[in-house]
Design a protein around this ligand. Structure first.
Ligand code: GLN
Length: 201
């Protein structure tokens, strides 16, 4: 079955996510307005990197926020990278905003310093192994609360985590040639589809 992924496309690096997911055989729909959300059926959502304040503001202005929030709460698999992680976090330690606030993580924005904080490293990702990790003015997770599984730690900071249907990375797997994190997300979607089938049969 070909999976349909809704990629939030109001600002930031959505094109690179679409390219990765297409390589893995998924069909992507760019979510730019309410019509995109209500006329399509999605198997998963991607919130890309960008500027969380801008994306957060556009989510409200374009009237996307409530519907997306409902989809997350219903258990639709969602993958947030960098700014996308900030959108899902319960608390931003150095910022007063809260966006969806559904994931039990406390994050620090621009945690590596504002401009000079962009770098490439390699780290271990639970269940995958060593992967390249590109950080661009990235947040990291300073605290986790209930039901959050840590998936990657770099220099003693949590840079990837999962809670049920939500997976987040501080770094940008879509900016490397390594498809495995996106593959991991597609497997999460498979598991979700199986769960839904078991409920309905
Ligand atoms: N610094 C951005 C923010 O706080 C995130 C950067 C990114 O997504 N690459 O929103």
């Amino acid at each position: 079955m070909i999976k349909t992924i809704g990629v939030l496309a109001v600002q930031g690096g959505f094109i690179e996510h679409i390219a990765m997911l297409n390589k893995l055989g998924a069909h992507c729909i760019e979510i730019r307005n309410k019509t995109d959300l209500v006329t399509n059926k999605f198997d998963g959502l991607v919130f890309p990197g960008g500027e969380s304040t801008v994306i957060g503001k556009l989510l409200k202005e374009l009237d996307l926020f409530d519907k997306l929030h409902e989809m997350i709460l219903e258990g639709l698999p969602v993958f947030g990278t960098c700014a996308g992680m900030i959108l899902l976090a319960k608390k931003i330690i150095n910022d007063s905003h809260i966006y969806f606030g559904d994931m039990n993580i406390q994050v620090r924005r621009n945690a590596y310093g504002k401009q000079s904080g962009s770098f490439l490293t390699h780290g271990d990702f639970k269940g995958i192994g060593q992967i390249p990790m590109t950080f661009i003015r990235a947040p990291y997770i300073e605290n986790i609360l209930d039901s959050v599984e840590v998936l990657a730690v770099v220099d003693q900071h949590i840079v990837a985590a999962r809670q049920n249907n939500m997976i987040v990375t501080s770094f940008h797997p879509e900016l490397t040639y390594d498809l495995r994190v996106h593959e991991y997300f597609l497997i999460m979607i498979d598991q979700h589809i199986i769960k839904l089938k078991n409920y309905t049969t």
